[in-house]
Design a protein around this ligand. Structure first.
Ligand code: PLP
Length: 487
């Protein structure tokens, strides 16, 4: 058994690394605004857009990058994005209002997800493209257009249940979209409502890391486009949704060692690595490993724009040539809806250490001024070490420490992570722990007011020469800053 600390150090690009080097600045922010505190870096979202654009250029493809807004509620990120050429994918009335108010014109907005009548009305009235789930939604849109005398609505037909030609690949169960097997019936409905509905193309979104499944879906969309053309429509867009992923960890070797040791721990070959022997989906039955690891693959050598590049380079199973080539030959626009990957490196979550306690078993409990939902890495299965920012810049003179991170709710389940976390030193009350790279889903998607504990405030930061400057998230606009500096 290997007893060296099981670190899972975060992957940090220069901006986030530089921010974490500014511990005094981050302490001042938490002193003023409380713990927990979320910090976003709007300029990073623009860099990520550019990376996706570069992948488009490599394949000579046109089309739009739509940020899946649900990944983060920040105004600063959305307003900074509005200053790029990207679009936004909104999934609620509030998100649509937010996008319009941030400066997105309707032709840069895509409405997806479950829709209530108000959301659908504002989408149709303002002229955004609507991704429709099925025939019922087409009927609703047709009625809306007729009743209110609205212009025709541009729609994408969201499809699901793609199957590989020949091979029987089990398709993922989803409650969104129309099965490709019912495409004909869906097109009958589109045909009946041609006055009100303009089908500009087809779409899918698969919540999977599997390139194969996505390649099958993309090929299925190419075939669906043929079906639309046979009916006399002139579709030009294939929207392949999101799910390009993020690489959270700095070192592949740490991730491999961690998962190997977790297996050993579940099999009883080494001491537990988690609270109450939690196995993250794995269990031992008569000395044999069972179950499946329910963790995000935190070290991903191919993620984000590189993942898109790889998908487009894959050959289509039935149609032969690479998927990107097939899109180009048909002069189709490629739309994508990245959420997590567009806000990669765009933020971090800070928590103050309230108390450090040694238990009877010799473990250390580190209680944070934060609840599990404030940095819901655990909920998303992302295992990654927080960065210790000692108060006053002086770390305690201890060696590496194994700790359990607990939250501020009066609830046994309020563990920031069920994993035993290895830190280079034992934290002290007053220190900060910084959870890096939480902008995708982890910083605000699940935040609640449970027990009347505050939810984190959010600030936007940017570099100004050698120092960092900040403003409240809602105060941020991507314009010339005081002092004359351009964004
Ligand atoms: C959530 C969602 C996305 C974004 O997914 P990521 O995994 O964050 O990239 C894109 N499109 C739709 C329809 C979604 O529901």
């Amino acid at each position: 058994m290997d007893s060296a600390p099981l670190y899972l150090e975060p992957h940090l690009e220069p901006s986030l690394a530089s921010l974490l080097d500014s511990a005094a600045f981050l302490h001042t922010l938490v002193d003023a605004l409380g713990s927990p505190l979320n910090v976003v870096l709007p300029d990073e979202i623009a860099r990520n857009v550019e990376r996706f654009r570069a992948a488009y250029r490599r394949h000579n493809l046109a089309g739009q990058v739509f940020f899946a807004h649900k990944a983060n509620r920040s105004s600063a990120l959305v307003r900074r994005l509005a200053a790029t050429d990207a679009g936004i994918d909104v999934a609620s009335l509030g998100e649509l209002q937010h996008a319009l108010g941030a400066g997105f014109a309707p032709d840069r907005i895509l409405a997806t997800g479950p829709k209530n009548p108000e959301f659908r009305w504002l989408a149709a009235r303002s002229g955004v493209t609507v991704s429709v789930d099925g025939p019922e939604e087409l009927e609703e849109l047709d009625a809306l257009v007729g009743r209110h005398g609205l212009p025709p609505v541009r729609v994408l037909l969201r499809l699901a249940d793609f199957e590989a030609p020949g091979a029987k690949v089990l398709s993922r169960q989803t409650h969104f979209g129309t099965s490709v097997k019912s495409l004909d019936q869906l097109l009958d409905v589109v045909e009946r409502h041609q006055e009100a509905i303009r089908p500009i193309g087809v779409a899918y979104h698969l919540d999977t890391t599997s390139l194969d499944e996505k390649a099958i879906a993309l090929e299925g969309c190419l075939l669906a486009m043929d079906a639309l053309r046979k009916r006399g429509f002139q579709p030009r867009v294939i929207d392949i949704g999101g799910g390009f992923g993020v690489n959270y960890l700095a070192h592949a070797a740490q991730w491999e060692r961690y998962t190997t040791e977790l297996t050993n721990a579940v099999l009883g070959k080494r001491p537990s690595m988690t609270w109450s022997g939690h196995g993250y989906g794995l269990r031992a039955e008569n000395g044999t490993l069972r179950g499946t690891l329910s963790l995000y693959p935190a070290h991903r050598p191919v993620a984000g724009a590189a993942y898109l590049d790889e998908l487009l380079s894959l050959p289509a199973r039935a149609l032969g040539r690479p998927l990107g080539t097939l899109l180009l030959e048909n002069l189709y626009d490629l739309h994508i809806e990245p959420g997590r990957s567009l806000v990669d490196q765009c933020g971090l979550s800070l928590a103050r250490v309230l108390e450090v306690r040694r238990t009877d078993t010799g473990d250390h409990l580190v209680r944070l001024a934060m609840k599990a939902n404030d940095a819901s890495l655990e909920e998303h299965g992302v295992l990654m070490d927080p960065v210790l920012l000692p108060r006053g810049g002086v770390a305690a003179a201890t060696g590496p420490a194994a700790v359990h991170l607990t939250g501020n709710l009066c609830l046994e389940a309020d563990l920031i992570t069920r994993r035993t976390v290895h830190l280079p030193r034992l934290p002290q009350p007053g220190d900060l722990l910084a959870f890096a790279n939480t902008a995708g889903y982890c910083m605000d998607f699940s935040a609640t007011h449970a027990q009347q504990q505050p939810i984190a405030r959010k600030v936007a930061v940017h570099r100004d020469g050698g120092s960092w400057r900040w403003c409240l998230d809602e105060q941020y606009w991507p314009i010339t800053r005081p002092g004359g500096q351009q964004i």
